[in-house]
Design a protein around this ligand. Structure first.
Ligand code: 5GP
Ligand code: ZN
Length: 114
């Protein structure tokens, strides 16, 4: 996908503060953080929405969660708590159409979310 912002970050065409990378997943700091720590975790494969995920791509979601676990362990946040958010589509406020987990930590969160 040539015009996808997150694909451009994967291809190093746009700079980002990369905090984790493996063969399938990339994680980088959100440019407009909503918590003291706000990391975006994306698959390297372009998939627009979680609702577009195919059966054979399901393992990518597991790998994204495992990346979140590694980042959380590294930052020592496992016991403090954190939030993982996945927005899908317009009503959820998805703005970038390349699947991403928001990993938010460093403050207390409320429920229900806004
Ligand atoms: P969404 O609303 O689609 O769930 O989240 C998109 C996220 O991408 C937002 O939190 C937004 O701040 C972040 N974002 C948008 N453009 C950029 C960018 O160029 N670089 C980085 N690092 N994050 C971005
Ligand atoms: Zn993309």
């Amino acid at each position: 996908m040539n015009d996808c912002l997150f694909c451009k970050i994967i291809n190093r065409e746009i700079p980002a503060d990369i905090v984790y990378e493996d063969d399938l997943v990339l994680a980088f700091s959100d440019i407009n953080p909503q918590a003291p720590n706000h990391t975006l975790i994306i698959p390297k494969k372009h998939i627009a929405r979680v609702s577009d995920l195919k059966e054979e791509e399901a393992h990518l979601m597991g790998r994204m969660i495992m990346a979140a676990n590694k980042i959380v362990q590294e930052k020592g946040l496992a016991n403090k708590g954190y939030r993982i958010v996945l927005n899908c589509g317009k009503d959820a406020g998805q703005e970038v159409f390349h699947i991403h987990l928001h990993l938010l930590s460093g403050r207390k969160f409320t429920w229900p979310p806004g």
